[in-house]
Design a protein around this ligand. Structure first.
Ligand code: CP3
Length: 349
């Protein structure tokens, strides 16, 4: 596969080279959910606003908090500050973010007729605030590190649209698969079509690579994940090939072989899947991303350094993008994050 991005303009293009399977002098590192959450500097920007959505929808401020982890933590990539739930919003199902609770949809999808009322997102109109934030971020980063765009995977977005909020079991979403399988496919297809045009618009605006977050992959039985999850990830991976693409399907160790056959460059691993198992089942070609347990950032410095080095050695130093096995938890001490990052940067194989 040939990509059309231009690496000569980057001061640091380690992550793009690793994603493309090229040799790197050291393993690149970034953290899922690095923007926001843990930094006091983020909270300071957030405090002046009415809420999370205002920040996401104000491109200059979204760009500012996107760049904070590059300046303050020294990561090898920025990820655009947004949320996966902008897609249902753009399709006609708005969410709000409630303090201490998380996202809430006041209207949810209950039937086939609700699905008919949804539209395919128009990223140039409904999501212009995201593409504007990307353009501003690219300008301000000025080639220091690449910028990651992202979207939720169709199954994870579907789950929120049915449930209307976070859930331990997502049993409403899973019930829908048994009771209304055809309608489920119709909704997943609408989300997929919206996601493809959205990711392409992010790439046009300047995203240098993109990641799909399938946060709730692990709650489906394998047969359902293949039918209602993977089939739609495959469509997106086949359609979006302008830049390297990463698939992170949390908890989907049971489908790792099938995920390994997607037309993507990098597979994100959570902390349940060992690098050895992933390599054996996925093969040599793809880059792997991950996968330190985010709770190791609560351990002593000695243990954190030891486990980080052990992770690096297990992945072997090439075709690896270092990360946590899921997003960094909000109460993590930024000093521990810096230690994790610096340990990776200084590691000798
Ligand atoms: O990675 C980054 O740093 C970029 C920004 C980003 C956010 N959300 C900002 C955010 C990304 C990549 C996401 C993805 C996202 N959002 C996922 C997939 C990744 C994962 O964690 O599994 C999911 C499931 C969501 C949905 C969502 N958004 C939830 C459940 C919540 C509430 C709990 C939480 O995570 O804090 C959010 C809110 C949210 N998204 C915040 C941030 C910074 C906190 C809002 C605040 O500042 O009050």
């Amino acid at each position: 596969m040939v990509y059309y991005y231009c690496t000569v303009n980057f001061e640091n293009d380690l992550i793009l080279r690793a994603a493309n399977g090229e040799n790197v002098e050291r393993v690149p590192v970034w953290l899922m959910r690095q923007a926001g959450r843990i930094l006091p500097e983020y909270r300071a920007v957030r405090a002046s606003l009415s809420g999370f959505k205002e920040l996401v929808e104000t491109p200059e401020l979204a760009a500012e908090v996107t760049i904070q982890p590059v300046d303050l933590l020294g990561v090898d990539a920025a990820i655009i500050f947004s949320d996966i739930l902008v897609i249902p919003d753009a399709m006609g199902l708005p969410y709000r973010m409630e303090k201490g609770v998380g996202p809430i949809f006041d209207t949810t999808i209950k039937s086939a007729s609700d699905i008919l009322k949804l539209k395919i997102a128009d990223p140039y109109f409904d999501l212009k605030y995201v593409t504007d934030a990307i353009s501003i971020t690219k300008k301000e980063l000025n080639g220091r590190v690449p910028l990651i765009g992202f979207a939720g995977a169709p199954w994870t977005i579907f789950s929120y649209m049915i449930e209307g909020k976070g859930s331990k079991t997502f049993s409403e979403a899973r019930k829908f698969l048994y009771q209304e399988p055809e309608a489920a496919h119709d909704l997943l297809q609408k989300i997929t079509d919206s996601t493809i045009v959205y990711l392409k618009a992010q790439i046009e605006a300047g995203a240098d690579m993109v990641q799909l977050f399938d946060s709730w992959a692990g709650i489906l039985p394998k047969v359902h994940y293949l039918e209602f999850g993977l089939n739609y990830l495959r469509q997106i991976c086949d359609a979006v090939n302008e830049v390297p693409i990463t698939v992170f399907a949390k908890g989907a160790w049971f489908a790792i072989e099938e995920i390994g056959r997607l037309n993507c460059n990098t597979i994100g691993l959570d902390w349940h899947t060992s690098s050895e198992m992933a390599r054996r089942l996925i093969g040599k070609e793809k880059t792997l991303q991950g996968n330190l347990d985010p709770c190791l950032l609560y351990a002593s410095n000695e243990e954190l350094v030891l486990e980080t080095k052990s992770m690096l050695n297990n992945f072997g130093g090439q075709k690896h993008i270092a990360n946590l096995g899921h997003g960094v938890y909000p109460d993590t001490n930024p000093e521990k994050v810096k230690l994790f990052i610096n340990t990776i940067k200084e590691h000798k194989f």
